[in-house]
Design a protein around this ligand. Structure first.
Ligand code: F3S
Ligand code: F3S
Length: 104
């Protein structure tokens, strides 16, 4: 699946959301999360992110590979909500919550 990494935190441009044909990019308080169980790997989201936060899982920069686990953990907890527009996430992953503010 595709993965949203660090540059999205506290930015949340959301251009990616409009591109996704299966509505699998879920919004949390500080970042968005692609549900790896719903993503069909179409790749439409990747080029539209203005801060280049989106990567195919195998192409994640080494420092950001853990964002794949963050996404997997998120939807292990949440299940497959079945559509991001109607299911915002109330809480971020604990590892995201622990990140310092990124928009300063
Ligand atoms: Fe985030 Fe980029 Fe989407 S900043 S919300 S991954 S367009
Ligand atoms: Fe959607 Fe991006 Fe996957 S547009 S289907 S999250 S590759």
């Amino acid at each position: 699946a595709y993965v949203i990494a660090e540059p999205c935190i506290d930015v949340k441009d959301k251009a990616c959301v409009d591109e996704c044909p299966v509505d699998c990019i879920y919004e949390g308080p500080r970042t968005l999360y692609i549900n790896p169980n719903e993503c069909v790997d179409c790749g439409a989201c990747e080029p539209v992110c203005p801060v280049e936060a989106i990567f195919y899982e195998d192409d994640l920069p080494q420092d950001w590979t853990w964002y794949q686990q963050v996404a997997e953990d998120m939807f292990e907890r949440e299940g497959n909500p079945g559509g991001a527009q109607d299911h915002p996430l109330a809480q971020d992953d604990p590892k995201i919550e622990a990140m310092p503010p990124m928009n300063e």
